[in-house]
Design a protein around this ligand. Structure first.
Ligand code: MLT
Length: 302
């Protein structure tokens, strides 16, 4: 019997794919396979029973890759399985940064007891005028599964899209719409774009890539979106840029204690992949990878 431990609640649609040879255990020590979403595993002792860890998500920075390599524990992730969920939230963030839906909605909430709300709103609405995204320039840094979906969708919305990725695969290049202008440096994006969205993994080269020096290259009033990893952005430099108005809005899925209090931030609590569809897709893919490894010895990230 193969013992499986779920370190986070994992979609039942996925876990139901395990067959009778598998049983769930709450005991991490005795598990042969672990399914994890966002739980940090760095401080956990890996037992000799453990054969594989599958992350129901794309990033693997919550998994101690060195420790796993030392112990011969195979690590899987599920690239692309939640890409559409993240794409939709990023597009939503871009629209929320452009149209004052949040302010307008708060006004309605505050005035909902007013019998004449349909009249008073005519005066109030001038405070909530916004801009359209059609014709604006969007820069997408990182053209993997998520970045390329966003770039393509933004072209459909009439945006002029610039994409940057030093490692774009042949498959990725084919997936990318010919409307997307593929640029060779991040600087071109910093200088040209009205909206900049980051979709890179957290690496030495990308850590705090949005900082005072890169922000200084950007247009006044730029909107920056981060639905990838919090440490891609230097918090202090972002807060200073929001204070000065250099950055008009920071839309992020990572509201840490500093960022949550800053002005002109639109933040969600790491919800990019939190849709029923994405959770099911990730779980199904993770379970498939684990089973294929345990039953057939295959080490394939779908
Ligand atoms: C990812 O890396 O794909 C996300 O962090 C997924 C999640 O929200 O669990």
């Amino acid at each position: 019997m193969v013992k499986v431990n779920c370190l986070n609640p994992i979609s039942k649609v996925g876990t139901s794919k395990f067959t009778d040879n598998y049983e769930f255990t709450d005991n991490f020590e005795e598990a042969n396979a672990v399914l994890v979403r966002s739980a940090a595993m760095h401080d956990m002792e890996l037992s000799d029973n453990l054969l594989a860890v599958a992350r129901a998500g794309a990033g693997v920075n919550n998994i101690p890759l060195d420790k796993c390599a030392e112990k011969g524990v195979v690590v899987f992730n599920t690239p692309g399985a939640n890409a559409n969920g993240v794409k939709e939230l990023v597009l939503c963030g871009m629209l929320l940064a452009s149209r004052d839906i949040i302010g307008g909605n708060k006004w309605v909430e505050n005035n909902k007891e007013d019998e004449n709300i349909n009249k008073t709103m005519e005066k109030a609405k001038k405070n909530f005028a916004g801009n359209e995204i059609m014709g604006k320039k969007l820069g997408v840094i990182g053209l993997g599964a998520i970045g390329s979906l966003i770039a393509n969708a933004a072209t459909e919305l009439g945006m002029e899209v610039y994409g940057y990725d030093p490692f774009i695969s042949v498959d990725g290049a084919w997936r990318l719409s010919s409307e997307v202008k593929h640029v060779n440096t991040r600087e071109e994006i910093y200088k040209e774009c009205d909206f900049i969205t980051v979709h890179t993994p957290l690496l030495d080269d990308t850590r705090e890539m949005i900082n005072k020096d890169t922000i200084a290259m950007m247009k006044d009033g730029v909107v920056i979106l981060n639905f990838a990893r919090d440490l891609l952005v230097c918090d202090d430099d972002m807060i200073a840029a929001l204070e000065s108005g250099k950055v008009k809005r920071y839309v992020t899925d990572f509201p840490n204690a500093k960022i949550a209090k800053a002005k002109n931030v639109i933040a969600t609590p790491h919800l990019g992949a939190s849709t029923e569809e994405s959770e099911d897709n990730c779980a199904v893919m993770a379970v498939k990878e684990l089973k294929d490894f345990i039953e057939n010895g295959n080490i394939i990230n779908s």
